[in-house]
Design a protein around this ligand. Structure first.
Ligand SMILES: Nc1nc2c([nH]c(=O)n2[C@H]2C[C@H](O)[C@@H](COP(=O)(O)OP(=O)(O)OP(=O)(O)O)O2)c(=O)[nH]1
Ligand SMILES: [Mg+2]
Length: 314
């Protein structure tokens, strides 16, 4: 395989939640497409140094703070890149196309419509996804689940997987309907089940078990329209590769640590988890014995954030 080009990439958001994009020159690799500003790390340069230099050159701004968002290894037929993406959370100066390149601010929800290089798909998902994914606990009846999810949404949780294996099919989908009607737009629900069961709930995303993932991976195509979140449960590198193959929007990788809900599962541990994330081409939430206090460590190893049951349920 040819040498991997390390590329510093910036996600810059304005106060209205719009993201800054610039257009690549027609004569460059991926020319004419829109991109997140940035460029190649030079010899001896760290990714943050490269980010600061590139944004000074391309946008005329000085980076004050940047935080890791996602790393995407991607093999173009002609070039092997590692997109090392950071959110620039503070900068000085007025961002402008300092090299004469066209620039635009695009609402997060519109990013799906933009013509980006193929490697950028996971960035678009990562930008739109929150840092925490609540998975509902077992042992609760439908009313307690309803109240708890509504409470979580009111407390700022933006993404919820409704997992309720103890409810009958009828009770589960009655709860889905009730939640879809009541939840604020800021909180999105992912549901579980077969395609026949979930297809009509167009406002809900779909969270696949790893067994469902394996089955859809044989067909190599995304089993859900692109306007609905598609998530998958993964426990190893093969499943993370399948997640990319079916164009899933994100994965939950588990169990990172020992957990009461799955006492027999062998935990991955942080080191193996970091290696799996480094190869993944989808945003990854870490699951298994984690709390909001583990977020810092999760970001350090390149995760989107944490998924949690008890850690996010109050
Ligand atoms: N900056 C940026 N590069 C991207 C994105 N997506 C993507 O596949 N790439 C690829 C295209 C290029 O092969 C590589 C970035 O290199 P570049 O050509 O921008 O590097 P540079 O700014 O240092 O440019 P130059 O000095 O060579 O003109 O990464 C993206 O969103 N932003
Ligand atoms: Mg560039």
């Amino acid at each position: 395989m040819n040498k991997q080009l390390h590329v510093a990439v910036a996600v810059i958001e304005d106060t209205q939640g719009r993201i800054l994009l610039t257009q690549r020159a027609a004569d460059k690799h991926q020319g004419g497409l829109w991109e997140f500003p940035g460029g190649k790390c030079e010899a001896g340069e760290s990714v943050l140094q490269a980010l600061a230099r590139e944004l000074q050159e391309e946008l005329g701004i000085e980076v004050v703070n940047a935080e890791p968002l996602i790393q995407i290894p991607y093999q173009y037929p002609e070039l092997n890149v590692l997109l090392d993406v950071h959110r620039v959370t503070a900068y000085r100066g007025d961002a402008h196309g300092a090299e004469g390149q066209p620039m635009q601010w695009v609402a997060k929800a519109q990013l799906q419509q933009i013509a980006f290089p193929a490697a950028n798909r996971p960035i678009v998902c990562a930008v739109q996804l929150p840092q925490q994914y609540l998975v509902t606990p077992t042992g609760l009846d439908a009313e307690a689940l309803y109240q708890g999810v509504m409470r979580a949404a009111a407390q700022g949780i933006e993404l919820v997987q409704l997992r309720a294996p103890e409810l009958s099919e009828q009770a589960y989908f009655a709860l889905v309907e009730r939640l879809l009607q009541a939840l604020p737009v800021s909180c999105r629900l992912l549901i579980k089940g077969s395609w026949a069961q979930v297809q009509d709930y167009e406002q809900a995303g779909w969270h696949l078990t790893s067994a469902q993932l394996e089955q859809f991976a044989q067909q190599s195509e995304r089993p859900l329209p692109s306007n609905r979140w598609l998530a998958v449960s993964c426990h190893n590198a093969q499943q993370l590769a399948w997640a990319t193959q079916i164009s899933a929007d994100f994965a939950c990788l588990s169990p990172v640590q020992a957990t009461a809900s799955h006492p027999d599962a062998q935990p991955l541990g942080w080191a193996a988890t970091a290696e799996l994330i480094a190869e993944a081409q989808v945003p990854v939430y870490l699951l298994g014995g984690l709390q909001p206090s583990d977020l810092t460590q999760a970001f350090i190893i390149g995760a989107q954030g944490i998924a949690a049951i008890r850690g996010l349920w109050s």
